[in-house]
Design a protein around this ligand. Structure first.
Ligand code: NAD
Length: 234
């Protein structure tokens, strides 16, 4: 079947739209409070990524931030400061060690959690959250082994609690374009795929010890355009 540019753009736009319907599915989750106008969020881990997610959520008037869990008191304090800067009330803190997030999960007034902890914690925290009936938004990677992937499947089948991996790069224009090309059969039958992630993080991994992103992060073409790796600013 021949695909015109018009068809291609139409289906890409629809696929992109799919990424935007999460709030609706949140509100339509059967256990969600009837007629709720706001999602009541808890955060598990308030490191660099957790703080980015928190800033995004502070911008939304359909989200209340109820609680944050992180064993690092400095990170909890940074989260509280972001809330204060955004004219939000302080969140309840769960900072008594690595397992205090479990007490956050017991809180009845939390509908959903955003998890941005180190990888080795993802499966444990996300699966426990599902069994605690908290909808989960989970930063990448989610699982380290195939066995862990099956534990998510089992948890979903037993609880029906929605979970979404928050990998934003999947929704980037060029990545979605390739997805659409695959779906349209433009490469024929795909039997094997192999890819790399053009994400130059040298400025983060070898930062100046003062600012985490001091010399910038580059994606896609920009990352590959610097084979000799002179760091650029964001
Ligand atoms: N989607 C993206 O673009 C993107 C970007 C950056 C990071 N990430 C992902 O976000 C996650 C966190 O990365 P980061 O850069 O914020 O790392 P980070 O080291 O800055 O933050 C991790 C935080 O987790 C906390 N933590 C550790 N154990 C915990 C526990 N048991 N309970 C609660 N909190 C705990 C730490 O104290 C720390 O504050 C990683 O999975 C990373 O891959 C995603």
């Amino acid at each position: 079947m021949r695909t015109t540019l018009r068809d291609f753009i139409k289906s890409s736009a629809l696929a992109g739209f799919g990424a935007l319907i999460l709030p609706n599915s949140l509100f339509s989750y059967p256990n969600h409070k009837k007629n709720a106008k706001k999602v009541r969020l808890g955060f598990i881990a308030m490191g660099m990524r957790g703080q980015v997610l928190l800033q995004e959520m502070i911008r939304r008037d359909d989200v209340d931030i109820m609680a944050i869990a992180d064993p690092d008191p400095g990170m909890l304090q940074r989260g509280q400061q972001l809330l204060k800067n955004g004219n939000r009330p302080p969140a309840r803190e769960f900072g008594k060690g690595d397992y205090d997030y479990q007490n956050l999960l017991k809180e009845a007034d939390i509908d959903a959690v955003l998890i941005a902890s180190p990888w080795e914690w993802h499966k444990t925290q996300a699966v426990e959250a599902m069994y605690a009936r908290k909808i989960v938004g989970l930063e990448v990677a989610g699982a380290i082994t195939l066995k862990e992937c099956w534990e998510y499947v089992k948890a979903y089948e037993e609880t029906r609690v929605p979970i979404m991996v928050l990998e934003n790069v999947c929704y980037r224009r060029d990545v979605m374009a390739v997805l659409q090309m695959v779906r349209k059969g433009m490469f024929g039958e795909v039997i094997h795929g192999q890819g790399g992630y053009l994400h130059d993080l040298r400025g983060v991994l070898f930062n100046d010890g003062v600012t985490p992103y001091n010399s910038g992060v580059e994606f896609g073409e920009k990352a590959s355009a610097k084979p000799n790796g002179a760091p650029t600013t964001m």
